[in-house]
Design a binder for this molecule. Sequence first.
Ligand SMILES: C[S@@+](CC[C@H](N)C(=O)[O-])C[C@H]1O[C@@H](n2cnc3c(N)ncnc32)[C@H](O)[C@@H]1O
Length: 306
Amino acid sequence: MVFHVPVLLKETSDLLLTNLSGTYFDGTLGFGGHTSFFLNQLNKNAKVIATDKDVAAFNHCEEKFSGDERITIYNSSFTEIKNISLMENVIGYDGIFADLGVSSFQFDNKEAGFTYREEADLDLRMNKSVGEPAFKFINQAEANEIADVIYKYGEEKNSRRIARNIITEREIKFIKTTTQLKEIIQKVVPVKNLNKTLSRVFQALRIYVNNELEELKLFLEKSVELLNEGGRIVILSYHSLEDRIVKDFFKHASLKCVCPPEMPICTCDKKSTLNIITRKPIIAGESEVKSNPRARSAKLRVAQKI
Ligand SMILES: C[S@@+](CC[C@H](N)C(=O)[O-])C[C@H]1O[C@@H](n2cnc3c(N)ncnc32)[C@H](O)[C@@H]1O
């Protein structure tokens, strides 16, 4: 069974592995596609620390990599990178990698409730023991809070109408499943836009319940501190808001000064901590997109610690 086809595999590996005996961090191990490729190239004395929030991904990889002493895996958020590194006696990394979002396995897995195509509890959390399921949010929040989440994280223009209908329907019956939400949206959105709207709403709720954008910002901040000089941070994103966060973070970290232009001399004491390696993001070629549609929205950005 193919759990997940890794995106931009060779490009990622070529840009990440600058020292074949180095120490690396994969924050989003998933089904180990990228990391298995990295390990095949790394020397015997290299080390990889990896995290995944999802217990199914963690269990799969514990088994998959059980014979390889170079890798240690945690069922945890990548925001724990500092604590985990302390526990592992790692002072600095030669490369830190994240391949954001959800895996194809999570998406296609009926019980996970990530897709409107399957009947399941409307949960949408990658780690079911952290935070609250999406159904709790849509049954308790005010209409404007629901609309804001759908608009901000899904860029869905019918957000207000959808939120109002959620409020109406939840007074009749508690909303618990993916199918119930799909039917509520179906009532207020034209058929021709339905699939796109459903994808956007489910994606928005997923980003919200997993706190994805805030976690990404925290991860980037902590990662820069933990990179060795010359070490690289390599991020693959699939959503414009994620890519914007990575781009802005790299840009800000690369600046030597953030004083307003009218200041005659620099007083900000800002130091540049990263060199941007990819001025424009690397994207997948036509043949990769053809064989793996998930690659279509991928953007790869890389920066190097100064
Ligand atoms: C796109 S998949 C990674 C696929 C992986 N590169 C591979 O080749 O198999 C993203 C994975 O990241 C995990 N994930 C997302 N956000 C996370 C976070 N904040 N901390 C840890 N894992 C996270 C998801 O559970 C999912 O398994």
